[in-house]
Write a protein that binds this ligand. Structure first.
Ligand code: GLN
Ligand code: ZN
Length: 784
């Protein structure tokens, strides 16, 4: 007997029911009971699908109204003080306030009081965001929700004996911020009491197995952390549940020998991203421990090669015996869309290569059957699968010989600018005639209702392409006019024509397709529809030149050409898995390079290539960082280095955790980089100083994540702070990120303040003797 398992199922529903219910609830259109009912229906649907597909271990508690880490926060009663929680059970209001914050208006004086939402961060190397737990040195924990038990019972009532999923206690603590590391052990001991209470409730309710996710097991761990894992699982094994310890996204690697000896009943291995674990596991797997083999890729959308998968599983079964082998996806299916069958207008050939969550369960089930009841039973499925796999290999839409040929022509001179930065600096100074402390924005301006409506009408055929473009040109005219009025120095067109910075380009590049319903949760009720890169990438024709030229004609000031970088396009798409990410990224880089060349030829003098995703592409394991950073940076250079000295290359990144990457970012050799900094009060300066970042840089001075308009003083302070480190002629003044999600009412005064600050300091700098590289400016600057 071999078992089939699943580790987690998408929560959102095929028709995005969860989003609709949540947003209706938040807006007050529906009541709590109606929201809860929608959630119950979604869970029931999910269990039914999984059961019908023949999954033996069906998860519960994988569902979440917002995020599973937030669920764990609520479960342990780890509600930060500012939410004024009463300390009993965490109700929905508290739950959503932690996720989204709250603005309350004081009736008596009309002042608004803000409760800050909890921070979000990316869930390992995925595009899914978790809520970051905030705990203190004196944190107490107590069971404060019954979600895990309730959902187990709910499923049981419907006839499913599920295997509940919980985020493990050690990973929870390692994700948390706000406490001192010497308190970790004590806090863990407290937290374990909550887990034990929940384990006991579950086992009393008839639960047998529990899945504990500890994705930190796939990271580099020190001895202290190892001890925390030992402590936890020794405690938890005293409860009656059988523990399936689960890690994913990379190999457990050198942690495996001790992990496998924890008192657990089963271990899950991600055999897509951590194949190497398999060799070691034979050596270490204790006789009675179950092995969950994650052989179906939970992170990508391609159909599995069933023949290969079956033979790999047969090999495992032979070595460890079939009776303790469990077949499963590599990780939760949270990260893939729900159902390929919903994609009706899609190239049939590409469609036949795809497997979304439902289809992945079919695959798990088929290969399990192959081992349990023999190949004959699945003959036709196997036959069809072989055909598709073979077809894909030779398909003309996948394989473009011209791209392959071009890849062979890449030489090192293509990834080098003609001159070094010092010379380019002077050439650009002559060409662009920018003032000291030049001001600019990151690209997008508010995507207003008008813009969205025009796009909707165009897509539904209600207005023509020409009408739509006219509407967008109007927006651009307004944007340029506004920037003139505010007095910025380097303009943007405002990106009204773009929905999403990756989708927009993928729709014009060869080798990509997009989906109609391929939604994947990004955070809360926000879902994204990543494009699918199925074949060699090329650029049939210019993508942005007309817009850029139109905008540039409206002003004497330089208008930036705006592109998304190759690493970000790679990172935010589902990409092919039959060639290296490096190669795929290089193909995208060549396509972007073509666009850069065309923009330059069309007279665009400043070109920005955004790479907000470079950091999240870092591999889980540190030892793999070097190789990734080498090719990621090379791809950026390949995309940008064709231009002449006078053409100024900008890039942009959306994070401030900068320390371990300054050298690599410097190696990108962009003339100017804008980077998030306002939110963290310029924390990154220390690293810039230490590593002596060589080119120009615009650390953000306006936090665009908040609706608040920054005061003049705040902006001055941040600029002055930056000037302590960055030489004045290499400092740019800009917001943290694009303004797409903001309202014009905040954007105009904020940009005005930003521009005024720059002008004021510029004047001040002229009066005093500030010099390149040696900055000791006066602290308080007189206001005009
Ligand atoms: N140019 C993009 C914008 O302004 C950059 C967005 C991003 O960094 N994520 O919207
Ligand atoms: Zn950004």
């Amino acid at each position: 007997m071999v078992y089939a398992a699943n580790l987690g199922y998408p929560r959102i529903g095929k028709k995005r029911q969860l989003k609709k219910a949540l947003e209706a609830f938040w807006s007050g259109a529906i009541q709590e009971e109606s929201l809860l009912e929608s959630c119950r229906a979604l869970r029931a649907d999910n269990w039914k699908v999984q059961s019908e597909k023949g999954i033996d271990f069906i998860p519960s508690n994988d569902f979440s109204m917002y995020d599973h880490v937030l669920d764990t926060i609520a479960m342990a009663g780890a509600v930060p003080k500012r939410f004024g929680w009463n300390g009993k059970t965490v109700d929905l209001r508290t739950y959503f306030t932690m996720a989204r914050g709250l603005i309350k208006v004081d009736e008596s004086n009309g002042n608004s009081l803000q409760t800050r939402a909890m921070e979000m961060t990316k869930w390992f190397n995925t595009n899914y965001h978790i809520i970051v737990p905030e705990i203190t040195d004196v944190q107490q924990f107590r069971p404060a929700t019954k979600k895990c038990l309730d959902e187990f019972l709910e499923a049981k009532k419907l006839g499913y004996l599920t295997r509940p999923v919980l985020l493990g206690p050690v990973s929870f603590l390692l994700l948390s911020k706000g406490y001192s590391s010497n308190r970790r052990k004590l806090l863990l001991e407290r937290l374990l009491e909550v887990y034990r209470a929940i384990f006991d409730q579950l086992s009393e309710a008839g639960c047998q197995w529990i899945q504990i996710d500890e994705p930190f097991l796939s990271m580099d761990l020190d001895r202290e952390t190892r001890d925390l894992f030992r402590l936890s699982y020794e405690k938890l094994s005293q409860c009656k549940l059988a523990i399936m310890l689960t890690s994913y996204f990379a190999e457990i690697g050198d942690n495996l020998p001790w992990v496998i000896n924890l008192p657990i009943h089963g271990i899950h291995l991600d055999l897509i991203n951590g194949k190497k674990d398999l060799d070691a596991i034979y050596k270490y797997l204790p006789d009675a421990t179950f092995l969950s083999a994650g052989v179906v890729d939970g992170r990508n959308v391609w159909r599995a090669d069933l023949t290969k998968t079956i033979s790999a599983l047969e090999d495992i079964a032979e070595k460890i015996g079939p009776e303790r082998l469990i077949v499963s996806p590599s990780c939760s299916l949270l990260h893939v869309p729900l159902d390929v069958e919903l994609e009706t207008p899609m190239n049939e050939e590409v469609k036949s290569w795809l497997a979304f969550a439902e289809q992945k369960l079919d695959e798990v089930s088929i290969v399990t059957d192959a081992l349990c009841i023999g190949l004959r039973e699945i003959q036709s499925a196997l036959h069809e699968n072989r055909q598709v796999i073979a077809w894909q290999k030779t398909s003309e839409i996948r394989n473009d010989p011209a791209v392959e040929k071009r890849l062979k022509t890449i030489s090192s001179s293509m990834t080098r600018r003609r001159s070094n930065y010092a010379e380019r600096f002077l050439a650009q100074k002559r060409e662009l005639e920018l003032p000291l402390l030049p001001t600019t924005t990151i690209g997008s301006f508010p995507q207003t209702k008008d813009i969205r409506e025009a796009r909707k009408k165009y897509r539904s055929g209600e207005i023509s392409k020409a009408d739509y473009e006219l509407a967008m040109q109007k927006e651009i005219e307004t944007n340029i006019g506004l920037q003139e009025k505010i007095g910025l120095d380097v303009f943007v067109h405002g990106e009204p024509e773009r929905t999403d910075m990756v989708e927009y380009f993928s729709e014009m590049l060869q080798g990509f397709t997009s989906t109609q319903h391929g939604w994947v949760q990004s955070y809360g009720s926000r879902y994204v529809k990543p494009p699918i890169l199925y074949g060699n990438v090329s650029r049939p024709k210019a993508m942005t030149v007309d817009w850029a030229v139109f905008a540039q004609r409206l002003s004497e000031k330089p208008v930036k050409g705006m592109l998304t970088g190759p690493v970000t396009i790679l990172q935010w798409s589902f990409v092919r898995d039959d060639q290296s990410r490096e190669k795929t990224c290089t193909e995208i880089a060549l396509a972007i390079r073509d666009e850069v060349e065309d923009l330059e030829k069309a007279g665009i003098r400043v070109i920005q290539i955004d790479e907000p995703a470079i950091r999240e592409g870092l591999p889980i394991r540190k030892r793999a960082w070097g190789d990734y950073l080498r090719w990621a940076v090379d791809c950026f250079r390949l995309a940008t280095c064709s231009v002449k000295d006078e053409t100024q290359i900008h890039t942009h990144m959306c994070y401030s955790e900068f320390g371990d990457m300054v050298d690599d970012i410097a190696r990108m050799d962009a003339d100017v980089i804008s980077i998030e900094a306002a939110r963290s009060q310029m924390d990154l300066l220390e690293f810039l100083r230490e590593k002596e970042y060589p080119n120009s840089i615009g650390p953000g001075v306006y936090d665009i994540h908040s609706p608040r308009v920054p005061s003049d003083d705040e902006i001055d302070d941040l600029i002055m702070k930056a000037l302590q480190v960055i030489p004045i002629d290499r400092l740019w003044i800009n917001p943290d990120c694009g303004l797409k999600t903001r309202d014009w009412r905040e954007v105009v005064p904020s940009l005005n303040a930003l521009a005024q600050s720059a002008m004021r300091l510029r004047k001040e700098a002229g009066k005093t003797s500030w010099r390149f590289g040696t900055i000791t400016p006066k602290k308080d600057l007189s206001k005009p």
